[in-house]
Design a protein around this ligand. Structure first.
Ligand code: ZN
Length: 410
């Protein structure tokens, strides 16, 4: 947390360099200081501070949650040479095709190769919890495929147990309640997904440091969705929510397949379901929530810019949306920046931003009692006056906006 707030203010999604000095040694002395991703966005006059808005973060991958500076420190400790583009101060940005995904995956794999011990695994969970606390998250659901870390800690069971144990203690220390989503990978055999589902089922629960859901990640274009349905049945029987990725790289037809085969409670992304309004309405009627990750969509080339991410469409249709950051390590943008973008790019007033935070709580897999207490804290955030009065020349919100009915041009 030490490097999180001392470097001044920056625009959302465009963090500046942290003021913390990078330990310099020998040939690495030219390595740039990596950006801190928890620098709060400026609060416009007459508006409320988004960092104090209680919210749930439901789409964050384990390695993708690593702080950029931690990645560089681990590489130095281990004597590993990182690909030059991972040391760029500019975040990854790729086209939404197979080559783009390959570049994304290669970057992710290079970072993941640094995670090869229990202390490093614990550090990632701990720092993610600290970063969420700075951004006002009250609840985090972190996705992990323990297969990737199993070789270094004695198998998938210890790999998951390390993460669950650290999630429990980091929850107690930071006040951010953490549940874990075990996510199978589309690029592995569906039998591996069943093994993971059985493992996840043994640790199912709603308390901090338990497994709350079962996911399916990696390139949507790989694998046959229906072949993963048995794994999702195993998870379902253990009380785990189904939270697969879908509708990010592929369109409505793929979303239909995911819904039919995996019976999701939430869709990881699901943004391209908006291309078929009837489908979108049907998903909403079925109670499926959407984990919308605007910066990730732009950096993976799904949309050209934040203004084209269909958040306003979801809102108009009455969908339940939880904003998420996906892989802050590569996109250099955490959860708070997604809320700041909804304010600045989509023009959402504070009441609508509070609604989004409420929806993130609604869509979370936390216990009902906790959800109720978090909703009361969101109400209190909205009832409190903005910190700084709006100058008379800059009216803050129209009555329509205060009622949470933004009219956002598309
Ligand atoms: Zn994801």
């Amino acid at each position: 947390m030490a490097d999180s707030t001392d470097a001044g203010r920056g625009a959302p999604g465009r963090p500046r360099r942290s003021g913390t000095a990078f330990p310099r040694r020998g040939a690495e002395e030219d390595l740039p200081v990596q950006p801190s991703l928890t620098i709060p966005p400026p609060t416009p006059p007459g508006r409320r501070d988004l960092a104090s808005l209680p919210k749930a973060h439901l789409h964050l991958h384990f390695t993708g949650a690593m702080r950029p500076q931690t990645m560089v420190e681990l590489a130095l400790e281990q004597g590993v040479r990182l690909p030059p583009h991972l040391l760029d101060l500019d975040p990854l940005r790729v086209p939404a095709d197979a080559r783009g995904w390959f570049r994304f995956q290669r970057s992710y794999d290079a970072a993941r190769a640094l995670v090869r011990s229990e202390p490093v695994m614990r550090r990632i969970v701990r720092e993610a919890a600290e970063d969420e606390a700075v951004e006002g998250s009250v609840h985090l659901e972190m996705q992990v495929d323990p297969t990737s870390y199993a070789p270094w800690v004695g198998g998938i069971t210890p790999a998951l147990e390390i993460i669950l144990d650290e999630a429990a203690s980091a929850s107690a220390d930071t006040g951010v309640h953490i549940g874990i989503i075990v996510a199978a990978s589309r690029i592995r055999h569906p039998l591996d997904a069943r093994t993971l589902a059985r493992l996840a089922s043994r640790y199912a629960g709603r308390e901090a440091g338990r497994v709350v859901g079962f996911g399916l990640s990696n390139d949507e274009r790989v694998g046959t969705t229906s072949e993963f349905s048995t794994a999702f049945h195993i998870a379902h029987d253990a009380g785990l929510a189904a939270v697969p990725h879908g509708g990010e790289l592929l369109g409505p037809e793929s979303v239909r397949e995911v819904v039919a085969a995996l019976a999701p409670q939430r869709l990881g992304h699901g943004v391209r379901a908006t291309e078929d309004p009837d489908l979108l309405d049907r998903l909403i009627d079925e109670g499926i929530a959407f984990e919308v990750c605007p910066t990730s969509n732009v950096h993976l080339g799904v949309y050209t810019d934040l203004a084209h991410v269909p958040l306003p469409t979801f809102i108009r249709h009455g969908a339940t949306v939880a904003l998420g950051a996906d892989d802050p390590l590569l996109f250099h943008s955490r959860l708070l920046a997604q809320y700041a973008a909804a304010r600045e790019v989509d023009g959402l007033p504070d009441a609508a931003l509070a609604d989004l935070a409420r929806q993130s709580i609604d869509a979370s897999l936390a216990a009902d009692g906790l959800k109720a207490s978090w909703r009361r804290r969101i109400d209190a955030w909205l009832e409190a006056p903005p910190q700084h009065a709006a100058p008379s020349a800059l009216p803050s919100e129209t009555p329509d906006e205060q009622a949470g009915r933004p009219d956002v041009p598309r």
